[in-house]
Design a protein around this ligand. Structure first.
Ligand SMILES: [Fe+2]
Length: 320
């Protein structure tokens, strides 16, 4: 079953000198709220964003100075080889999440998949996800290993993960998270970030213009400044800081080369779906002109629905 994964591997004492990560964080400040993609058209001057900040450190052509601390982390490479029973581990992404003062969980989700020839840069996300849930495109799916590393222990901020599949209750990594990492298959295993303190004011909201950075005057505090006003300030160790690492995985160099040209065009995608839709006795056919058509998206997604993990907590994004 595609929706289950073997349990992730818990690594402890991952980074030898954690101050190097703090230096990376400082050098790459400021941090801005998680993309407004889930609220297209939202007014930039209205406080609608939770204090959930994110930034890419490695992505496509970008690689910030010092990112090899994670990219070349031998513990990761070793654990990924073992976890995937594979020899070739190609790290391609690194990004950081900073969260504070969020009274509800993040969304329970699997990470966005990619397929040879079809990925985010050339294919709508809804289609990539429907391709994943259909299980019709396993041959082209690029297997990825993900590691999540935590800088410190905060007020709650645990991670739920459904390593026995979405129909079984989740497991939980919480408490003593500092300098641990969970390495696994987050593209097939549901996971969910739990709420993060402080909780005294519920979920504190900021505008999309807010920025998180070391506070003026130093002292180790970090502050959120929203349109010129400091709206939150706390020592760095009060923020839930996680660093995410992703790598493409191939069994062998030979396999990596052998599959490189086996890519999917949109026409291939349509053909594979149509064959399966016909087999299922569905009237629906894949509409290459309808990729932006909400009715078509919903009709196709209804045939291949995304699983809903049991025991997921209510999310700050529910009802948006
Ligand atoms: Fe995720």
């Amino acid at each position: 079953m595609v929706h289950t994964a073997q349990p992730p591997v818990l690594l402890r004492d991952v980074i030898e000198d954690v101050d190097e990560v703090v230096a990376l964080l400082e050098r790459n400040a400021p941090y801005t709220p998680l993309g407004g993609w889930y609220r297209p058209g939202a007014d930039e001057d209205v406080a609608t964003c939770a204090m959930w900040f994110q930034k890419d450190w490695v992505h496509a052509d970008l690689a910030v100075a010092g990112s090899d601390l994670f990219q070349q982390c031998e513990r990761y490479h070793q654990a990924a080889r073992q976890f995937c029973d594979a020899q070739v581990i190609l790290p391609h992404s690194l990004y950081v999440n900073v969260m504070v003062g969020i009274d509800r969980a993040g969304p329970a989700h699997t990470d966005n998949p990619k397929f040879r020839g079809r990925e985010r840069k050339n294919t709508p996300m809804w289609l990539l996800r429907t391709m994943l849930w259909s299980e019709l495109f396993r041959r082209w799916e690029i297997v990825q290993a993900t590691s999540i590393w935590w800088l410190n222990d905060v007020d709650e901020g645990g991670l739920l993960y459904w390593d026995e599949g979405p129909d079984e209750p989740p497991h939980r990594h919480v408490g003593a998270m500092a300098n641990t990492a969970l390495l696994g298959d987050n593209h097939h295993m549901f996971h969910q970030v739990e709420r993060v303190g402080p909780f005294d004011q519920g979920t504190r909201l900021v505008t999309q213009r807010a920025e998180l950075a070391p506070a003026d005057g130093g002292g180790g505090d970090w502050a959120v400044v929203d349109r010129g006003t400091e709206v939150f300030r706390a020592p760095l160790d009060r923020f839930r800081i996680s660093v995410l690492w992703k790598a493409d995985v191939y069994e062998t160099e030979k396999e990596c080369r052998a599959v490189a040209d086996d890519t999917l065009t949109f026409e291939d995608v349509a053909r594979v779906f149509d064959r399966d839709l016909a087999r299922r006795g569905e009237k629906l056919r894949f509409d290459l002109e309808g990729l932006e058509d909400l009715a078509f998206q919903e009709a196709l997604s209804a045939v291949y629905p995304e699983a809903r993990p049991v025991g997921a907590q209510p999310s700050i994004f529910d009802g948006l």
